[in-house]
Design a protein around this ligand. Structure first.
Ligand SMILES: CC(C)(COP(=O)(O)OP(=O)(O)OC[C@H]1O[C@@H](n2cnc3c(N)ncnc32)[C@H](O)[C@@H]1OP(=O)(O)O)[C@@H](O)C(=O)NCCC(=O)NCCS
Length: 187
């Protein structure tokens, strides 16, 4: 049974957070750039903090979307994660995150990625629990809510279509699609 005693609508601004961390050498990969996994871990923490503030309780990460790192992050840069609740369902919340990296010596700021994590609120028994509705305070909030709704619908549609194609896959007909692909048959 879903239960949550505090279900008054909450403003997005009430749970919006900014998390900032300096990138130290221990976070670097063999190429001297920051590991993608370090950034993912920071984003997961930011998503948790934002979701738990909105839900007023414990949350788990369920899905991670749109993680395309568009620019490398260097040691010595200051990474900031701007996180806010973009959408709420019954027990789930989509946290939108914009990640930037600032060169603290020059002040140059680059946008490394914008990603969306779906978090689900859990009650003390570990079951998903209702989260407060969201108060949309600006046309930007409305746009983000709509985008999250559409992403959710399209993801469901994609999953259905893809599962159907996989179930109907015939290896011989799949090979016709490989023309121009960089593979050779080894059997
Ligand atoms: C995800 C999880 C909560 C689903 O539990 P469930 O009992 O099947 O509950 P439901 O089917 O009612 O789903 C709960 C919500 O999650 C959403 N959800 C489930 N799978 C999802 C997915 N792959 N992507 C996005 N949302 C998803 C549902 O849409 C639902 O949202 P809503 O209540 O807002 O409509 C459960 O599988 C779980 O706890 N997973 C482990 C999460 C975890 O431990 N994360 C840490 C990673 S180590």
């Amino acid at each position: 049974m879903l239960k949550n005693s505090n279900l008054s609508p909450k403003a997005i601004s009430a749970s919006r957070i900014v998390m900032t961390e300096l990138m130290i050498p221990a976070y670097a990969n063999f190429g001297g750039k920051i590991h993608g996994g370090i950034l993912l871990s920071l984003m997961d923490k930011a998503a948790y903090a934002c979701a738990a503030k909105h839900a007023g309780g414990y949350c788990v990460t369920v899905s991670v979307e749109n993680v395309d790192f568009m620019a490398p992050v260097e040691v010595g840069e200051l990474v900031s994660i701007f996180a806010s609740v973009n959408y709420v369902g019954r027990t789930s919340m989509v946290i939108g995150m914009r990640v930037t990296a600032e060169n603290v010596e020059t002040g140059l700021v680059k946008h490394t990625n914008t990603s969306y994590f779906t978090m689900v609120a859990k009650d003390e028994t570990g079951s998903p629990t209702l989260v407060p509705p969201l108060i949309l305070e600006s046309s930007e909030d409305v746009r983000r809510f709509w985008e999250a709704m559409r992403r959710k619908e399209l993801k469901k549609q994609f999953k259905g279509d893809f599962d159907n194609e996989k179930n109907e896959l015939n290896i011989d007909s799949a090979l016709h699609h490989f023309e121009g692909e960089r593979c050779v048959l080894g059997f």
